[in-house]
Ligand binder design. Structure first.
Ligand SMILES: NC(=O)c1ccc[n+]([C@@H]2O[C@H](COP(=O)([O-])OP(=O)(O)OC[C@H]3O[C@@H](n4cnc5c(N)ncnc54)[C@H](O)[C@@H]3O)[C@@H](O)[C@H]2O)c1
Ligand SMILES: O=C(O)[C@H](O)COP(=O)(O)O
Length: 621
C-alpha cells in the first residue's frame, strides 16, 4: 500500500466547533455519549437538511428557546425552569434569571428532589446534592442539563445522565486558587496548631508550652499531583521559603522547572518530605495510595495536607500512622464519606485539623464558578456545544455508524500509548497519523482525535473526555495533538486504513516501542469490525485489542511462545491472542500476548526471569 500524498495540521488553541455546512438527511439522528467504558446511543427524529447545530438543539429540546445571546431574555412562554439546589453566587443567578425561571431550593431531601425534577429543564448543584439514577428516572425526560458548580462530578451519576440523554457540564477552573489557598491555610495552621490552640483558649485554658509549632522555612514540601491546584500551592509555598518538590508522572518537567520545582519519583517525594500535600485526582490508581505501606516509607514526624479527595488516603491507616507517630499531624478538607461520621477517629484525633470540604468556598471562587456554570447551562439549553461538557457529544449518525469501530480502536490506541510512557515523563506532544484511501478533506477525524485524547488523558486524570471537551482538556494539560493524513491505495469504503499514535520526547517503559526518532509509536487497524494492534515501534504484530496485553521483547529463537505460554497457563491466566513480530530473523523479536486475566506480580516476575526475555510490559486495555 503506497502512500501517495500526505497532509498535516496541528491543533493548538482550537475550540471545538462543528462546521455549519455539514448536513444530515432524513433518518433518526443518534445522540452519542461517552462514559469511561461505553458508548450509549439514543434515537431522535431529525428532519431533512437539519444542521448539526439543529441536531443539538432538537436533542436538548431547546428549539423553541431564544437564540439570542447574553442577557437577552427567552420568550416568556418558553422560558426553561432552572432548579438551583445549593447556594450559588449572585452573578450566576442573575445570568440564569435573565434566561429562565430560576428556583433556589436548598437542602431538598432525595425524595423532594425527585418530586420536583420533572418540572425542571436544568439542575445546578455543588458537591452536596446526589444526582442519582432515580433523579434522572424521575425527570421523565424533561431534564436537559445538570450543571456542577465546581470540578468534581462524583456526586452525579454520569452513566445514568448519559443514558437519559442529559448533558452534564462543570466549572473546572474557577476554584483552583481557592483550593490552593485553602491548602496553604491548612499547612500553616497545622504547623502552628492554630485550631487546637483556639479550641483550648475557648475552653478557658492558656497552654503556651503545649502548642509549640514547627517552622515552614527551609522545610521540604512534596506536592503529589502537579496540576492546576498543585502548581499554585507550590508557587505559594516557595514564597514561604519552603523547598518544594513534586511527584506527578504526567506533568511536564519544564512546567515544574518554570515554578522552580523538581519532579521526583513517588518514593523520593514521600521519603524526603517534611510536609506532603495531596493534589491528585481520585482514580483507580490513586485510590488509597496513601496506606500502611506508603506511610511506613515516610519520614518520621511527617505532616500531611489533603484538599484533593478523601479516597486517596486509607483513613484507618492514617489513624494508625498518627497513633504510632509516623505522621505527626494531618490537615484534611476532604473525606472518603462526606460528611464523616460524628465519632470518626480521624476527625476526633487531637493531631488532626479538619474542615468540611471548604477548598472552593471563597466568595470569589463561588462567584467565579457560579458565572462559569451559569454560562455553560444557558449555552447548553440553547443547544450550543460546551467546552466543559463531561458527557453527551453528538455527531451525525452517518459519520457515527461509519466511524464506530474506529472510535474503539482510537481510544484503545490512546490508552495503550500512554501506558508505555515512563513515569516522570510529561506528555506534551502527540502525533496521530491516519492512513486512508480518502481525500484528506473527506475524512472527519474529530471524533477519532477526541477518542485518542480520551484514551491518553483519562487513565492519568479525573477528566472525562468527549468530542466536546477533548481539545480543550488536552490544551489545558499542555498536550499538543497534531494530525497527519496519509492517502494510501486501498478501498475508500473504509474511512481509515490504519491509525498510528506517536508520543514524542518521553521515555518509554518498553524501549522496543520507540522508533529511531525516539518517539513511542503504536499503530492499529480495524479487522472484521474489531480493533487490532498491528505495530509496536518498528515491529509488526497482529493482536486483537481486548482484555489485557503483555508485550515482551526477546532474542528471536525457537520455544519462546511455549515458555511464556506455560508460565501463564501454570498461573491460570488465559491467553486470548498471541502474535510475534521481528525486524531481522534470529535477532530481536517482540511477542504481543492478549490475556483475559491480569497476571499477578509473581507471574510477571517469572516472565521477566526467562533468560531470552530482554524487557516486557503489562498493559491494561
Ligand atoms: N477541596 C476542594 O474543595 C477542591 C477544590 C478543587 C479541586 N479539588 C480536587 O483537587 C484535585 C486536583 O484538582 P486540579 O484542578 O488541580 O486537577 P488537575 O487535573 O489540574 O491536576 C491533577 C494532577 O494530578 C496528576 N496525577 C494523575 N495521577 C497521578 C498520580 N497517580 N500521582 C500523582 N499525580 C497524578 C495529573 O497528572 C494532574 O497533573 C482533584 O481531586 C479535585 O477534585 C478539591
Ligand atoms: O470539586 C470541587 O470543585 C471541589 O471539591 C469543591 O466542591 P464544592 O463545590 O462542593 O465546594
Amino acid at each position: 500500500m503506497a502512500a501517495s500524498t500526505s497532509a498535516s495540521k496541528t491543533l493548538t488553541n482550537q475550540s471545538t466547533s462543528f462546521p455549519p455546512h455539514v448536513k444530515i438527511s432524513n433518518f433518526p439522528a443518534t445522540h452519542i455519549s461517552f462514559s469511561k467504558s461505553s458508548i450509549s446511543l439514543q434515537k431522535f427524529t431529525i428532519s431533512r437538511n437539519s444542521t448539526i447545530s439543529n441536531v443539538l438543539k432538537t436533542v436538548q429540546g431547546s428549539e423553541s428557546v431564544s437564540k439570542t445571546r447574553g442577557s437577552d431574555p427567552a420568550p416568556k412562554s418558553t422560558k426553561p425552569t432552572i432548579l438551583v439546589s445549593e447556594k450559588l453566587g449572585e452573578g450566576g443567578l442573575d445570568l440564569l434569571r435573565s434566561f429562565g425561571n430560576v428556583e433556589c431550593l436548598y437542602n431538598l431531601s432525595p425524595e423532594d428532589l425527585c418530586a420536583k425534577i420533572s418540572e425542571c429543564d436544568a439542575l445546578i448543584v455543588r458537591s452536596g446534592t446526589k444526582v442519582t439514577r432515580q433523579v434522572f428516572e424521575a425527570a421523565k425526560g424533561k431534564l436537559k442539563v445538570v450543571g456542577r458548580a465546581g470540578v468534581g462530578i462524583d456526586n452525579v451519576d454520569l452513566q445514568a445522565a448519559t443514558e437519559f440523554g442529559c448533558l452534564v457540564v462543570n466549572a473546572p477552573t474557577a476554584n483552583t486558587i481557592a483550593a490552593a489557598e485553602h491548602g496553604i491555610a491548612l499547612l500553616a495552621g497545622m504547623a502552628r496548631n492554630v485550631a487546637q490552640a483556639d479550641a483550648s483558649m475557648k475552653a478557658g485554658k492558656w497552654q503556651r508550652n503545649k502548642y509549640v509549632g514547627v517552622s515552614l522555612v527551609g522545610k521540604t514540601l512534596a506536592i503529589m499531583g502537579f496540576g492546576k491546584v498543585g502548581s499554585e500551592v507550590a508557587r505559594r509555598a516557595k514564597g514561604l521559603g519552603m523547598h518544594v518538590i513534586a511527584h506527578d508522572p504526567y506533568a511536564p518537567a519544564d512546567r515544574a522547572r518554570a515554578v522552580g520545582v523538581e519532579l521526583v519519583s513517588f518514593d523520593q517525594a514521600i521519603s524526603t518530605a517534611d510536609f506532603v500535600s495531596l493534589h491528585m485526582p481520585l482514580t483507580p490508581t490513586t485510590n488509597k495510595v496513601f496506606n500502611d505501606q506508603t506511610f511506613s516509607k515516610m519520614k518520621k514526624g511527617v505532616r500531611i495536607i489533603n484538599v484533593a479527595r478523601g479516597g486517596v488516603i486509607d483513613e484507618d491507616a492514617l489513624v494508625r500512622a498518627l497513633d504510632n507517630g509516623t505522621v505527626a499531624q494531618a490537615a484534611l478538607d476532604v473525606f472518603t464519606k462526606e460528611p464523616p461520621s460524628a465519632d470518626s477517629k480521624l476527625v476526633q484525633h487531637e493531631n488532626v485539623t479538619v474542615t468540611p470540604h471548604l477548598g472552593a468556598s471563597t466568595v470569589e471562587a463561588q462567584e467565579g464558578v457560579a458565572v462559569e456554570i451559569a454560562e455553560a447551562v444557558v449555552g447548553a439549553l440553547r443547544g450550543e456545544l460546551s467546552a466543559t461538557a463531561v458527557n453527551a457529544p453528538m455527531v451525525p449518525p452517518e459519520v457515527l455508524s461509519e466511524l464506530a469501530p474506529y472510535v474503539t480502536l482510537a481510544e484503545k490506541l490512546g490508552r495503550l500509548a500512554v501506558q508505555l510512557v515512563a513515569g516522570g515523563s510529561g506528555i506534551q506532544s502527540v502525533k496521530v497519523v491516519y492512513s486512508s484511501a480518502r481525500d484528506p478533506d473527506n475524512l472527519d477525524t474529530r471524533l477519532l482525535r477526541a477518542m485518542i485524547t480520551k484514551g491518553i488523558i483519562e487513565p492519568i486524570s479525573d477528566a472525562h473526555i468527549n468530542l466536546v471537551n477533548a481539545d480543550f482538556t488536552a490544551k489545558q494539560k499542555g498536550i499538543r495533538i497534531s494530525e497527519e493524513r496519509v492517502v494510501v491505495d486501498s478501498s475508500p469504503e473504509n474511512p481509515v486504513e490504519s491509525i498510528q499514535v506517536q508520543i514524542s520526547n518521553v521515555g518509554s517503559k518498553f524501549a522496543s516501542a520507540l522508533l529511531d526518532n525516539g518517539n513511542i509509536s503504536i499503530a492499529g487497524k480495524v479487522k472484521y469490525g474489531k480493533p487490532h494492534l498491528t505495530r509496536v515501534g518498528p515491529f509488526s504484530v497482529d493482536v486483537s485489542l481486548e482484555g489485557n496485553l503483555i508485550l515482551c521483547r526477546q532474542v528471536d529463537q525457537p520455544g519462546m511462545i511455549g515458555q511464556v505460554g506455560n508460565i501463564l497457563g501454570e498461573h491460570n491466566v488465559n491467553v486470548s491472542f498471541m502474535s510475534v513480530g521481528r525486524t531481522v530473523k534470529r535477532t530481536k523479536a517482540i511477542m504481543a500476548i492478549g490475556v483475559d486475566e491480569e497476571p499477578d506480580k509473581d507471574t510477571l516476575k517469572k516472565i521477566g526471569e526467562v533468560p531470552a526475555i530482554e524487557e516486557f510490559v503489562f498493559l491494561d486495555l
